[in-house]
Design a binder for this molecule. Structure first.
Ligand SMILES: *Cc1c(COP(=O)(O)O)cnc(C)c1O
Length: 393
């Protein structure tokens, strides 16, 4: 709920808020009200849960990773979000928001996308709902991620190139906002992670809460008592989905950021570790910025983690010491992804490989029980893995 006790007027401690153009004030009020009503409405929940089961393929399994555990020296279980429809957790939020937009009577969906994963998830949900969909994508990203562009078009979405700035995710987000300001009444903007102005961070997290809830149910059935939850941090949605039902419990929450080339190279996406408080995309959060408050380019081998901000709830949880943050380099992530493929028969998304890499280098006592969110499959990253493998053999 967006009126969860952890939030006060759209803020999580010092972070969050709603820094939006006046033109969108009504949209945000309408959205918050509609979400709170829908999420409290049993009929809406039922429809959402049926779609999660029949369209998305949930619940996803909780699987003991035998050989990975042996390699790390601690017992590790994978929450298999890679087995969800379209190959990652992102579909949970896309379906949830499209369903909400439909209920609000919106007739047009827009979204931003970086690597194309959120664009594909949104276009998929829109195809199912029969709603027209426009996806904004940086012109440079469109060149780099051509298969996802084609896939969105096959699903019936219009893909619009953002040709400003660095022509990547940040610029696509700006273009989507601009479009929304010009078309406020009939359009809903589906944001793809737990970022942006209130109520998006909590709404996106709630649509992913099912990850943690299924995990709890599976743990009860298997009599597992986890000590650590581990997930990679891009904007923070897969991590929050797993963490949310556990926040008030005694369990370590570990978020793994993309260190990029290295933490001190200036080519990193480790926002909590290397950033400072600032405002990005309508919320106060930790951001990578220079001395004058100009947003810096993030760098990560993984497109889904290549973002100079982080969801405000993570910024808050880290500031109060509830969230442990770690960073993993591009090289460590690539190696871990390939090792997981060999040891477990699962080719993970490069984003996920960051979480995996940390479990390899963490100092375990051996009596812990670790649940790792295997956020997505790595088919989209095949070329990057193969090129890197070529460099090492
Ligand atoms: C997009 C993506 C991420 C990063 O986004 P979060 O909002 O931090 O979860 C992580 N894993 C996969 C597979 C993704 O596609």
């Amino acid at each position: 709920m967006t009126n969860h006790p952890i939030i006060k007027r759209g803020y999580y401690g010092d972070f969050g808020g709603q820094f939006i153009p006046e033109m969108l004030r009504r949209n945000f009020e309408e959205l918050e009200k509609a979400f709170n009503e829908a999420w409290a409405d049993e009929a809406f929940r039922k429809e959402y849960l049926e779609l999660m089961r029949d369209f998305v393929g949930r619940p996803t399994p909780l699987q003991k990773a035998e050989r990975w555990s042996e390699r790390c020296g601690v017992e590790i279980w994978f929450k298999r979000e890679d087995l969800a429809h379209t190959g990652a957790h992102k579909i949970n939020n896309a379906v949830g928001q499209v369903l909400l937009a439909h209920r609000m009577g919106k007739s047009h969906i827009i979204a931003e996308t970086g690597a194309g994963q959120h664009g594909v998830a949104t276009a998929t949900a829109c195809a199912w709902a029969g709603l027209p969909c426009t996806v904004f994508m940086g012109a440079d990203d469109m060149k780099r991620q051509k298969p996802n562009v084609e896939r969105m078009r096959l699903l019936g979405a219009e893909v619009r190139a953002a040709k400003t700035g660095s022509m990547t995710l940040k610029d696509a987000t700006n273009e989507a906002m601009r479009f929304w300001i010009a078309n406020p009444t009939d359009t809903h903007y589906v944001i793809g992670s737990a970022v942006g102005p209130h109520p998006y961070p909590m709404m996106v997290a709630e649509f992913h809460r099912i990850i943690g809830e299924e995990t709890m149910t599976a743990c009860a059935r298997l009599d597992l008592k986890p000590t650590h939850l581990v997930a990679c941090l891009g904007g923070g949605s897969n991590a929050l989905g797993l963490f949310l039902p556990y926040i008030d419990q005694e369990i370590a929450l570990v978020g793994v950021e993309a260190g990029g080339e290295s933490l001190d190279s200036g080519r990193t996406a480790a926002t909590i570790e290397k950033g400072s408080p600032g405002i990005l995309h309508g919320a106060k959060t930790m951001v990578l910025q220079d001395g004058e408050g100009q947003i810096q380019e993030a760098h990560s081998v993984s497109a889904g983690l290549d973002y100079p901000g982080i969801g405000p709830l993570h910024a808050h949880l880290a500031a109060v010491g509830r969230l442990q943050t770690e960073a993993v380099s591009d090289t460590e992530a690539l190696k871990a992804g390939m090792l997981c493929t060999r040891l477990e028969g699962i080719l993970p998304a490069l984003e996920t490989s960051h979480a995996l890499a940390w479990t390899l280098k963490a100092e375990w006592k051996g009596d812990e029980l670790v649940l790792l969110n295997l956020s997505g499959r790595g088919d989209k990253d095949l070329e990057t893995y193969i090129n890197d493998h070529g460099r090492h053999v």
